[in-house]
Ligand binder design. Structure first.
Ligand code: PEP
Ligand code: MN
Length: 355
């Protein structure tokens, strides 16, 4: 991809990290937009976000104020000198944004998942110079995310950035969306020059989780954060439980430990820390997978009990070991090592079924 570096967009300057985009989930009224922007400007935020058209799960929820909200954002730009950005989900949204001097747009997670819309938006943005950020699709499909960048880049859009906001999950997890940081790590590996932001607000879904998710984004070396901030979060018309006041936002940002390499020694430490952060992500995934396996194993245990079947059936376990041994070889792992791990997992499952 042919890209313009983040520092040349005229929005951010690295270092230091993170580059911050903040503002309410939705523009609700002129007062709320101006009050929030004033608070953010006062704590040094220069890039303001607000949703104008909101993609809601259920019809009848607050679906955004539409075009009038762009006038309020224009006022933010004029009075506070902030850059303004919003989500676009159609060609019509793009034209409205261009008319009102929006400085940057982003594609939401539901839009990235739809190549027809991405193509339509990319063509509408052709011959403009505004940066475009692309959120990962709602489903964990890295290629679909990359496809969106390719469509935009093919229309000559070179100021591109990614926003990682996690993916929908049917499993009951503590966050609103499953972070799946490995998607961001893989994107970085494939396109190291593509700026990466995290959206801890939509990932976490609750104020309490914003700090740990923002810190993780910094540890993984991401450049920026998009965080929802509202002058009166509990009264927000959308996403009330995940928004922060501007003053709480600055407390969060100041709490982040961000290290950027300057000397060779620091570079080594930096690389080591990023690799360790990746290992931490993988370890969390391993634990989650083990817990999911144990849940199914418990269900098998009660089924066996109901039908008076013995817990251990040696033939079955030998077959499992053969299968995982062969699979281990396919992935370049020592089959004996993998079998040892599976025997431990099996022992724990049997103990659980015997409870
Ligand atoms: C948003 O940023 O307001 C939004 C709707 O996010 P997402 O597309 O990540 O759900
Ligand atoms: Mn939101």
């Amino acid at each position: 991809m042919d890209l313009v570096p983040l520092n040349d967009w005229g929005f951010f300057h690295l270092p230091p990290r993170p580059c911050v985009i903040a503002g309410p989930c939705s523009a609700e009224s002129e007062e709320q937009v101006m009050e929030t922007a004033k608070g953010l400007k006062a704590v040094g935020i220069n890039v303001f976000r607000a949703g104008i058209w909101k993609p809601r799960t259920h019809p009848g929820s607050f679906e955004g104020v539409g075009t009038p909200g762009l006038k309020w954002m224009q006022k933010v730009k004029k009075e506070y000198g902030m850059k303004i950005c919003t989500e676009v989900a159609s060609e019509k949204h793009v034209f409205e944004c261009l008319k009102y001097g929006v400085d940057m747009v982003w594609l939401g997670a539901r839009t990235t998942a739809n190549p027809f819309l991405v193509q339509e938006i990319a063509e509408a943005l052709r011959d403009t110079d505004i940066p475009v950020l692309v959120k990962n699709p709602v489903n964990p499909d890295l290629d679909l995310w990359i496809g969106a960048f390719e469509r935009l880049n093919a229309q000559g859009i070179r100021k591109l950035g990614a926003i990682h906001r996690g993916v929908s999950s049917a499993a009951k997890i503590k966050y609103r969306n499953d972070p799946q940081w490995d998607m961001a790590v893989e994107l970085r590996a494939r396109y190291p020059e593509l700026p990466l932001f995290a959206d801890p607000s939509h990932m976490g879904g609750k104020r309490d989780y914003l700090q740990e998710l923002s810190q993780r984004a910094m540890d993984l070396g991401l450049e920026g954060l998009m965080i929802e901030s509202h002058c009166d979060p509990s009264c927000a018309l959308s996403d009330a439980s995940q928004q922060l006041t501007p003053s709480d936002l600055i407390v969060l940002l100041e709490s982040l430990v961000v290290r950027d390499a300057v000397t060779m020694d620091e570079q080594f430490n930096d690389e080591l820390r990023q690799l360790r952060a990746q290992i931490d992500v993988i370890d969390e995934n391993l634990i989650y997978t083990l817990a999911s396996r144990m849940k199914v194993s418990r269900a098998i245990g009660s089924l066996k009990k109901q039908n008076s079947v013995a817990i251990v059936q040696p033939g079955r376990w030998d077959a499992v070991l053969d299968k995982v041994g062969a699979s281990a070889v396919n992935y370049g792992l020592d089959p004996e090592f993998v079998k040892r791990i599976f025997n431990l997992i099996h022992d724990a499952s049997v103990a659980e079924q015997n409870k």
